[in-house]
Structures are given as structure tokens and as C-alpha cells.
Design a protein around this ligand. Structure first.
Ligand SMILES: Cc1[nH+]cc(COP(=O)(O)O)c(CN[C@@H](CCC(=O)O)C(=O)O)c1O
Length: 305
């Protein structure tokens, strides 16, 4: 990623991509205390626009607050910086990565006295779990790693340090020939994917783990709730077991990167017909109508760059 051309917004300045560097004694690099966001801009029918920009920025600031990091810029400045970085890189559609980290003035567990930094990068990023997966569904493995306990790491913060758990789960799944991992919480109930929320369909009703299972409060998850309301589909948050997924009719992941990705198999057991289910397809189609500006009801969720 480092040897690209383009611009990155760094602490208030637009810098050349290759010059966006930090010192090896940066506190976050050693101790993992930092927060980030994953945002997408789409080439909508009315031009390039960022999807749910304010919600992402709000979550970034909430994540920083939870980790006791004082943001050095306002929400308005961070919103404008995200729009500017899409324009500076001349991207019609892209993935935007804001990151907030603790600087290099001092090391030691206590970060006090270090500067808080913010950078925002953007790049083109297609189907996170593959184009084929978006149509056919992906193969998922229940991870041998347990999702964070809600009082061991702060699961409502999109925190850098939370992702070692995701990385290990994802690597194990890929090494075992799957496309992604599904993680259970410390009580054995379904939590979420390594980088996604999960939904299950049974007898026309959609279920998703309630957030006590340690899943991130996903913005795409929230979008699915709105879509279900529009489509008149009942959606229930509850504790879900892995074998409820085995006998479900459909299953899918959601995320800014993953968008709406069907799951056709869990632990080598086909889910329903072993392909993208009809309700999943409806949700996926409604999602892409919204993010591409084809559903006027959600025009306020799209911020033109
Ligand atoms: C653990 C986790 N859970 C749920 C979600 C879905 O949240 P939302 O994007 O607000 O709907 C994400 C986003 N995962 C981001 C990181 C992907 C990456 O590889 O990096 C993303 O989708 O941008 C997670 O990382």
C-alpha cells in the first residue's frame, strides 16, 4: 500500500502518499491504542458521495472517547477531510480509512504527554469478500478464537487493538480453506465475523446477535434494520447459537467493506439451499439501491464530495 501515488490527509495537511510516514517509536505501534473507521464513497446516480459520513465520524469520536483519546480536530473538520481526500485522489468510488493514533513523544504504558494524530486515506476497494461471494455466498468457519469479552476490550470502540482477535480468526479460517471466520462470545453464543456483523434468516424472520455478544454496532447493520422496516420484514436481536445457523434458511454478513455478503455454508454444513437466499438478495439489492442513490428516501445518508 505504501508505494502508491496520491494524497493522504495527515494532521490537517494533504501530503503525498509516499511521505505519509510516522516514527517507529509511535506509541500506538507498540501498544495498539488507536481507533479507526471504514467508510465507503459510491459513484451514485448523482455523483460521488460518502455513505453515512456523519454516523462514521460520530463513531470515530465515540471510539476515541472510550479509549480516552482527545480528538485534535472537530467532527466538521474530519467530515470535510474525508470529502477532500476523495477529491484529492480523484476517486469516483472508494474506501476511506480514518485513523487516530498516539504519537512518539514518549513510550511506556501511560500515553500521557503524547500528541494525538489523525490521518485519512482513501483507495479503490471492490468486493471485500470477492465478487463471486456476493452472488454465490461464501464459506465460513466457526473460529477457535473467542470474540472479546465486553469488559476485557471495549467492543463498542472500533479500536486498533481489537483487531488482533479478528486477524487470528481470519487467518485460521483462510488457512483452513474458508473465506471468513465467525466468532462466538465468551458464553459460546454467536457474536460476529472477523470484520462483519452477521444475520440469520429463519421462516421469513431475520435474527442478529444483540450487542451484548460483543459485536461492533455496525452502521451497515443499522442500515439493514431500516431496509427490513421498509420491506416489512421482521428483524429480531437475540442470542444466537452456531447450530441455529446450521438449520437456518439463509445467512449473511454486513459491513462497510463486506457490504451485504451471503454466507452459503458454515463449518462445511450448507445453509438452506447452499446459495444466496431470496431474502438476502432482497436486502442486498435494497442496500445497493440506497448506496448508489437510487432510493430517494435515504438521500440524506449520502454526502456529496
Ligand atoms: C469487527 C467488525 N464488526 C462489524 C463491522 C461492520 O461495521 P460497519 O462497517 O459499521 O457496518 C466491522 C467493519 N469492518 C471494517 C474493517 C474491514 C477491514 O478489513 O479493515 C469495514 O468493513 O470497513 C468490523 O470490523
Amino acid at each position: 500500500m505504501a508505494d502508491r501515488d496520491g494524497k493522504i490527509w495527515m494532521d490537517g495537511e494533504m501530503v503525498d502518499w509516499r511521505d505519509a510516514k510516522i516514527h517507529v517509536l509511535t506509541h500506538t505501534l507498540h501498544y495498539g491504542c488507536g481507533v479507526f473507521e471504514g467508510v465507503r464513497a459510491y459513484n451514485t446516480v448523482d455523483g460521488t458521495a460518502v455513505f453515512r459520513l456523519q454516523e462514521h465520524t460520530d463513531r470515530l469520536f465515540n471510539s476515541a472517547k472510550i479509549l480516552r483519546m482527545t480528538m485534535p480536530f472537530s467532527k466538521e473538520q474530519v467530515n470535510e477531510a474525508q470529502r477532500a481526500v476523495v477529491r484529492a485522489n480523484k476517486l469516483e468510488s472508494c474506501y476511506i480509512r480514518p485513523l487516530v493514533w498516539i504519537g512518539s513523544q514518549k513510550l511506556g504504558v501511560s500515553p500521557k504527554g503524547n500528541q494525538i494524530h489523525v490521518m485519512i486515506a482513501a483507495w479503490a476497494w471492490g468486493a471485500y469478500l470477492g465478487e463471486e461471494g456476493m452472488k454465490r455466498g461464501i464459506r465460513v468457519k466457526t473460529s477457535s478464537y473467542t470474540r472479546h469479552h465486553v469488559n476485557i476490550t471495549m467492543t463498542q470502540a472500533k479500536a486498533v487493538s481489537n483487531y488482533t482477535n479478528s486477524i487470528l480468526a481470519n487467518m485460521e479460517a483462510l488457512d483452513d480453506g474458508y473465506d471468513e471466520a465467525l466468532l462466538l462470545d465468551s458464553s459460546g453464543f454467536v457474536s460476529e465475523g472477523a470484520g462483519e456483523n452477521v444475520f440469520v434468516v429463519k421462516n421469513g424472520v431475520i435474527y442478529t446477535p444483540d450487542l451484548s455478544a460483543g459485536a461492533l454496532n455496525g452502521i451497515t447493520r443499522n442500515t439493514v434494520f431500516a431496509i427490513c422496516k421498509d420491506l416489512g420484514i421482521e428483524i429480531v436481536q437475540k442470542r444466537i447459537t452456531r447450530d441455529e445457523i446450521y438449520i437456518a434458511d439463509e445467512c449473511f454478513f454486513t459491513g462497510t467493506a463486506a457490504e451485504v455478503t451471503p454466507i452459503r455454508e458454515l463449518d462445511r454444513l450448507e445453509i438452506g439451499a447452499g446459495s444466496r437466499g431470496p431474502i438476502t438478495e432482497k436486502i442486498q439489492s435494497a442496500f445497493f439501491d440506497i448506496v448508489n442513490g437510487r432510493n430517494a428516501k435515504y438521500a440524506n445518508w449520502l454526502t456529496k464530495v
